[in-house]
Design a protein around this ligand. Structure first.
Ligand SMILES: [Zn+2]
Length: 78
């Protein structure tokens, strides 16, 4: 009997931060939050979440912020 299990990525959630200014270029409304997560699955049924990653990208200066670099304002908006 073959067992199918492993990890697979969950869906990506994207959220635009309309009222937050980019700490690098000071443009407002250019930051976008992307949330990804990895799931442990068994026969393609999601069992539990292993890890999740949240990053933010500015569409103006293209700077990427990782979760530990988020400002207090950005954290409050998530
Ligand atoms: Zn920027």
């Amino acid at each position: 009997m073959i067992l199918f299990f492993g990890t697979r990525p969950g869906k990506i959630e994207v959220k635009q931060l309309l009222n937050i200014a980019c700490p690098f270029c000071n443009q407002t409304g250019t930051l976008k939050i992307s949330k990804t997560s990895n799931w442990f699955h068994f026969f393609w049924i999601k069992i539990f979440r292993i890890s999740s990653n949240t990053i933010s990208e500015c569409s103006h200066c293209k700077r990427v912020y990782f979760e530990e670099e988020f400002t207090e304002d950005m954290k409050n908006e998530i």
